[in-house]
Ligand binder design. Structure first.
Ligand SMILES: [Mg+2]
Length: 432
């Protein structure tokens, strides 16, 4: 019986704060980092994943992963996939650790890291990419992976099964289309707040030339700056090109409504993270106050329970799941199915380090097995740090092309780990 023999962890930090890549109104100097883990087995195959952080505190995230990892050592890997729902509940429901949550925060994200590494292991064992593994699972197996506790007032197991069975006849067509065209991407690369107008416009033109159909700009530091930047962008891209903005939670609720309504002339596709990610009622008020401009959020929604409330209260029109914010693939399956029931498109959050590589699999599963291909889905892409990944993203003409290599996407080259391991890697040791 093949078994999990142990879990290695690495504190990996990339010095992105030097170039202001990733800068926005809230996060002014991020060092894109991964609390990285590798599940080892006695069969040779390993499962890798990471929890994304932006620098300081990565060691705390790593400690949570180490504590939770003890629960999976010794597990029989040939039975783990069919028991993944139970494993997920054990990771999230530890009778003492859950005090430090529950269902959100460092331990919840740690559980996600362990689960995502297990899914990477499952995919590699079967020699398929994660999107394909998920798409080929039976509806019953998908539902068994989900913890429905606290969400049955929004979606029942039977409703989730019905959604999956409805798409079953279309899965092979959907997969063929995915393999040919991928799924549409949008990019935030031109829009970081720390960039000059010249750099922003140059990158905007480049992104349009690359085929992206939606561009997103950071905002929320100064209304005058936002108006000036958006006016310049509008002039360049023309009246009909889709542009969105992202405030990264800087506003109070009433300020958000006032501010956003002063940007109406720029015809924004959505306004992202206008206020605190846990303020569901506030999001509902903002959504009503800025309509028909749409609210998007979710990259810091800590659990399926927050997503449930955002759906029920009409707090957003665009669900932005993140691969490492919640408890892994399992909880994102719940989020994707809830969104399908409420008719809200899932437009995953990415950027960071590894988030593009990971979350694309979930969007592709959605496109094959849940909601099919539709114009409401667009997946964030940011062109940083992909060279460190064993299976980097493949963007062609503004689309994420489906990865065909086995795994869930988060595996980093060992040479990159050795260079950027904090603080002992060669980059940090040599006086960075
Ligand atoms: Mg964002």
């Amino acid at each position: 019986m093949p078994k999990i023999t142990g879990v290695e962890t690495f504190d990996v930090r990339f010095p992105t704060s030097k170039s202001l890549d990733g800068s926005d109104a809230m996060n002014q100097d991020p060092d894109y980092s991964g609390a990285y883990l590798r599940i080892n087995t006695d069969a040779g195959v390993h499962g890798d994943s990471l929890v994304f952080t932006i620098g300081r505190g990565n060691e705390v995230q790593l400690k949570a992963i180490e504590i939770l990892s003890e629960k999976i050592v010794g597990i029989n890997t040939s039975e783990a996939l069919q028991n993944i729902g139970e494993i997920a509940r054990q990771l999230s429901g530890d009778s003492q650790l859950r005090w430090l949550g529950p269902d959100y925060g460092v331990f919840h994200m740690g559980a996600g890291g362990v689960l995502n590494a297990l899914w990477d292991l499952f995919a590699k064992q079967r020699n398929v990419p994660l999107w394909k593994l998920l798409s080929d699972l039976s509806p019953q197996a998908i539902v068994n992976a989900i913890d429905f506790r606290y969400i049955t007032d929004a979606i029942t197991k039977q409703e989730a099964l019905d959604i999956l069975y409805r798409q079953a006849d279309y899965k092979s067509d959907n997969e063929a289309k995915l393999r040919k065209n991928g799924v549409p991407a949008y990019t935030t690369s031109p829009g970081w707040l720390g960039y000059t107008d010249e750099k922003m416009l140059k990158l905007t033109q480049e992104a349009m030339d690359q085929g992206f159909k939606l561009l997103k700009y950071k905002c929320g530091k100064s209304l005058e700056d936002d108006q000036r930047r958006l006016r310049k962008v509008r002039e360049l891209v023309g009246p009909d090109f889709a542009i969105a903005i992202d405030a990264n939670q800087v506003w109070d609720v009433n300020d958000a409504i006032t501010w956003i309504n002063q940007l109406k002339e720029f015809k924004l596709t959505w306004v992202e993270e206008p206020t605190s990610p846990t303020d569901v009622v506030g999001h509902a008020k903002i959504a009503a106050g800025i309509a028909p401009t749409r609210v998007a959020t979710g990259e810091m929604a800590g659990s399926r329970i927050i997503f449930k409330q955002l759906l029920q209260s009409k707090g957003f029109s665009v669900m932005q799941i993140d691969a490492t914010r919640v408890a892994g693939v399992n909880e994102n399956l719940a989020n994707i199915l809830m969104a399908a029931k409420f008719g809200v498109p899932v437009c995953p959050h990415a950027g960071g380090v590894g988030l593009c590589e990971m979350v694309q699999h979930l969007a592709m599963f959605d496109a094959v097995a849940v909601t099919g291909h539709h114009p409401g889905r667009v997946v964030e892409f940011v062109d940083h740090l992909h060279e460190h990944f064993v299976v980097p993203t493949d963007i062609q003409n503004g689309n994420y092309m489906a990865p065909l290599s086995p795994g869930a996407g988060a595996e980093i080259h060992q040479a990159s780990i050795d260079e950027f391991k904090f603080p002992s890697g060669t980059y940090w040791k040599n006086g960075a």
